[in-house]
Design a protein around this ligand. Sequence first.
Ligand code: PGA
Length: 248
Amino acid sequence: MRQKIVAGNWKMNGSLVDNEALLKGVVDGTAGLKGVVCCSPYPYLFQMQKALSGTHVAWGAQNLSQYDKGAYTGEVSASMLNDFGCSYVIIGHSERRAIFGETSVMVAEKFKAAKDAGLIPILCLGETLAERESGATFAVVGEQLEAVTGFVGVEALEDAVLAYEPVWAIGTGRTATPEQAQEVHRHLRERIAHLSAEVAGHVRILYGGSVKASNAAELFAMPDIDGGLIGGASLISGDFCEICRAAA
Ligand code: PGA
């Protein structure tokens, strides 16, 4: 059995004051659960480390540099994330690809930088609405996946996490149906199985895109959906905790 994971992606939201209440709510409201993760903006990693150390909740960042150190103004390295106790890092979110020009090559390099530092990458994959409507969903997510497996090898996925996030479902309130999501999750697992059946059996594939307390349980009940990557609903501790419980 794959341990389900529910990871909150706070995106560019939060403040010291708000985070304190949110983190306390998550720790208290998910007591006894496994696989709970919060990913904050960089400046709050120290706060996460202080609030979550010694609890059952893990934490991480939403991006990292593909480079180790040096003259890369504005960037944050994997070893810096280690300094703040991160276990996870989101890689290749569609907002990074679309707004900040991250290419599949950069995403693969970032994935490698995370793995080399002992971080667990949460690799995001997903098609736009136009790509779905033109029947290109499998080709798009396949290309995104293979850009990474081609660079680091399929074994690197063994204890990594994938997140299927259809772009048309992110922040739109329009969730993929459990069947739509399952179809893509199964396709991803089959693609991985062509390279390694063992890795395919172990890799966690999360669904992301307008997951809410009201739809989480039916999504997480699908055989190839191993939890969720949660944006908007991760900012409201009651909602996020309910989603975590739906994965238990
Ligand atoms: P959403 O975001 O839950 O607000 O749709 C998910 C994500 O972008 O990871």
